[in-house]
Structure formats: structure tokens, C-alpha cells
Design a protein around this ligand. Structure first.
Ligand code: GAR
Length: 190
């Protein structure tokens, strides 16, 4: 049984979906959710699910080894589910090919610093894209640049707004993210 630590900083709908999915498999369990936003809804979701959720700040993450040590003790895989900070090099180095992010667009388009959540969907709309999608990828020290594991597309039309695009993306994320994580875990023989 592998151990997953999830990083989240927003609504936490992906974190909740991942926790629930792995509660019903023997592949892995979510041992902890780490959150960089004290007011995030993910705390309430985790409380309802009986899953640990811990707040941390920039210093815990980058200056001290507090988060690195938690990960070394509790994680075989690290999942970024709506997490916005760049991962410090020491954490990337300690978990090669074990950190996975979901991005709400078809990378390499609409990625990089500042490209998160609704900002992405607004940019997709402004660019008159005829399709968008999700990208699940390994994490390196640069935003949204690690090797791509999986993408899924959805068609857009003139009537779509950033809000309807967000809904389409949400459906893809809920459907695919836990399954793709499980496939990665099952195909990693360590
Ligand atoms: C998700 O759509 C995820 O793809 C996106 O944030 C949202 C978090 O939703 N991530 C990024 O934009 C990362 N650059 P959630 O908190 O409800 O899971």
C-alpha cells in the first residue's frame, strides 16, 4: 500500500475526490493533505472525511525542512491538486518522478506563473480556443514544465464563458485524475 500526500490550496474538490477514490482501492491511501491557505475549504472537506489536513507557510516549505521531513515520513507519492507555489528543489530532488500535478489546460499552452484556476479559463476564452482540457504531468523545479503523463480534451464553442469552461474542466479532472494517479502508482515498481 503506497502513501499519498496531497497538496491543495483552494476549494479542494480534487483532493476530496482523490481521498474518496483511494479509500476504495488497495493501491494507496492519502495519509495527509498539506495546505498553504489557512482559509481554504479543503480543511472542512478533510474534516468530514476524517483525513489529516495541515496548514503550512512559505518558511515551512522553503526555508526550513519541516515539510520535506513530513513528506519523507509520510509520502511515497505527492499529488498537487490545485497548488500554486513552485516546489523547492530539495523536495523535487528527494522525490524524482513521484510528484504529479494537474493543470487545467492543454500544456504547453496556458501554463507558467500566474496561470492557475480562473486565470487559465479566462485566457483560453480570450484566445478564442476551440478546445481546452487537462494536463497531468510530473513536477520539476519550473512551473508546468515536467514530462506530460496524460491529457484529455474538451471542445469549446462561442457560447462558452470562463465559468462554463471551468465546469467542463472540473468534470474531466474528477473523472481522470485519481485513475491516472493509480495507473502511475501501479506502473512504478519500487
Ligand atoms: C483545479 O482546476 C486545478 O487544475 C487547478 O486549480 C483547481 C483546483 O481546484 N490547478 C492549477 O491551476 C495549477 N496551476 P480544487 O481546489 O477544487 O481541487
Amino acid at each position: 500500500m503506497k502513501r499519498i500526500v496531497v497538496f491543495a490550496s483552494g476549494s479542494g474538490s480534487n483532493a476530496e475526490n482523490i481521498i474518496k477514490f483511494f479509500n476504495h482501492t488497495k493501491t494507496a491511501k492519502v495519509t495527509n493533505v498539506l495546505c498553504s491557505n489557512e482559509h481554504a475549504k479543503v480543511f472542512e472537506r478533510c474534516k468530514n472525511l476524517g483525513t489529516n489536513c495541515l496548514y503550512f507557510n512559505k518558511s515551512d516549505f522553503s526555508t526550513t525542512d519541516k515539510i520535506l521531513n513530513i513528506l519523507k515520513n509520510e509520502a511515497d507519492f505527492i499529488i498537487l491538486a490545485g497548488f500554486l507555489w513552485r516546489i523547492p528543489e530539495k523536495i523535487v530532488a528527494a522525490f524524482p518522478k513521484k510528484i504529479i500535478n494537474i493543470h487545467p489546460a492543454l500544456l504547453p499552452k496556458f501554463g507558467g506563473k500566474g496561470m492557475y484556476g480562473m486565470n487559465v479559463h479566462k485566457a483560453v476564452k480570450e484566445n478564442n480556443e476551440t478546445e481546452t482540457g487537462i494536463t497531468i504531468h510530473y513536477v520539476n523545479e519550473n512551473y508546468d514544465e515536467g514530462a506530460i503523463i496524460f491529457q484529455s480534451k474538451t471542445a469549446l464553442n462561442d457560447q462558452d464563458t470562463p465559468e462554463t469552461i471551468a465546469e467542463k474542466i472540473h468534470l474531466l479532472e474528477q473523472h481522470y485524475f485519481p485513475k491516472v494517479i493509480e495507473e502511475v502508482i501501479l506502473s512504478t515498481n519500487e
